[in-house]
Design a protein around this ligand. Structure first.
Ligand SMILES: *Cc1c(COP(=O)(O)O)cnc(C)c1O
Length: 356
């Protein structure tokens, strides 16, 4: 049976990414060897790295003065690398969920952190709006898409200090005005590639300002200087990321993706709002285009498990909500076809027909 992959991460990738990566694992760039068996210091892999960086910059319209890095350690390592490199005295954090909390926890090891606002009291069902970022903070950290709670910051915020963003789960889902950010990072395994590579977009002039010593591997300047090849980079995930970027470009880039994502999300949110069995879990204006969370209306709560089985029987994969929210979460990343959302909506309507 056809499966519809709504997994939150690792998650669905374009078929081209998978096919092209398999082909390169078998035989890479006419070398007669597989991608996993060659040195990263070959002209063939150099070309992959250069093209990936170039396409990353082109598709996100990254201005001069920024570097793009591909590192190991996941977004979670960035929670500590960011303060290691940028926090001298004080950093501001917006608490919008689990990942935002984890980021702030690491920063506390390096200096003072100010939580400018939090939606914790409402189980992170909205994005706080009216808050003041201290003008003497070294940076202001946000999580643009809250993968677990299904909220998203839909615009590029104005910040009086350097803006740092975890964009693990919404990178390349919409156009971003990179010039408003000092640093953007994320794990690749939501919208780009298999797990194993982390992207960092950093404004060069921000580095080298803190007074502490930084271990070589954790210093962004090391990786800028060595073109993300100070040590062996995760070659297969980087190759896969390049295939996804090529796919994205062929489809019209981030503008086209944004349009597609809005269409998919609107299809599902409309059904959640229309169908008397279901309701959304977050403030409407903060609804994520990438992770769509919903639960059963109170009077139908007892049907939750049954709907889960019903939908699973129709090919839906990965729609169980995170344990801290419950209900359902359908992740609708770039590579998820509209057809999958249509199938989920059809399942919701069919279930409604059976029960009401
Ligand atoms: C998945 C996720 C992370 C964690 O990424 P790792 O690469 O597993 O460390 C961090 N932030 C957000 C917003 C995520 O969705």
């Amino acid at each position: 049976m056809k499966k519809y992959n709504f997994n939150a991460g690792p998650s669905v990738l374009p078929q081209e990414t998978i096919d092209n990566t398999i082909a390169a694992i078998k035989e890479f760039a006419g070398t007669g060897l597989g991608l996993m068996e060659i040195s990263h210091r070959t002209k063939e892999f150099d070309a992959v790295m250069d093209e990936t960086v170039a396409l990353f910059k082109e598709l996100l319209n990254i201005p001069e003065g920024y570097s793009v890095l591909f590192l190991g350690g996941g977004a979670s390592l960035q929670f500590c690398m960011v303060p290691f490199n940028l926090l001298e005295k004080k950093a501001a954090y917006l608490n919008t969920g689990t990942w935002a909390n984890k980021a702030q926890k690491e920063a506390k090891l390096f200096g003072e952190t100010v939580e400018v606002a939090s939606s914790k009291e409402a189980n992170y069902t909205y994005i706080p709006k009216n808050y003041t970022v201290p003008a003497d903070a070294d940076y202001f950290h946000i999580t643009t898409n809250n993968t677990i709670f299904g909220t998203e910051i839909h615009t590029d915020l104005d910040s009086p200090v350097t803006l740092v963003a975890d964009m693990s789960s919404d990178i390349f889902s919409r156009p971003v005005n990179v010039s408003k950010y000092g640093l953007i990072y994320g794990g690749a395994q939501k919208n780009l590639a298999p797990a194993g590579v982390t992207f960092v977009i950093v404004k060069d002039e921000l580095l080298g300002k803190v007074s502490r010593a930084i271990p070589t591997m954790l210093d962004y300047r090391t990786h800028i200087k060595e073109g993300s090849m100070f040590n062996t980079p995760p070659v297969v995930p980087i190759y896969a990321a390049l295939q996804t970027l090529k796919w994205l470009k062929a489809l019209g880039g981030v503008e086209a993706m944004y349009k597609r994502n809005k269409e998919k999300a609107s299809l599902l949110y409309s059904e959640i709002d229309r169908n008397p069995l279901f309701k959304g879990t977050t403030a409407v204006e903060d609804r994520s285009l990438m992770n769509i969370c919903f639960v059963m209306n109170d009077e139908y709560k007892h049907l939750e498990e049954e709907f889960y089985k019903f939908a699973t029987g129709k090919g839906m994969v990965g729609i169980k909500g995170h344990r801290s929210v419950g209900g359902f979460r359908a992740s609708t990343y770039n590579a998820l076809p509209k057809e999958a959302v249509e199938a989920l909506v059809a399942a919701m309507q069919e279930f409604e027909g059976e029960k009401l």
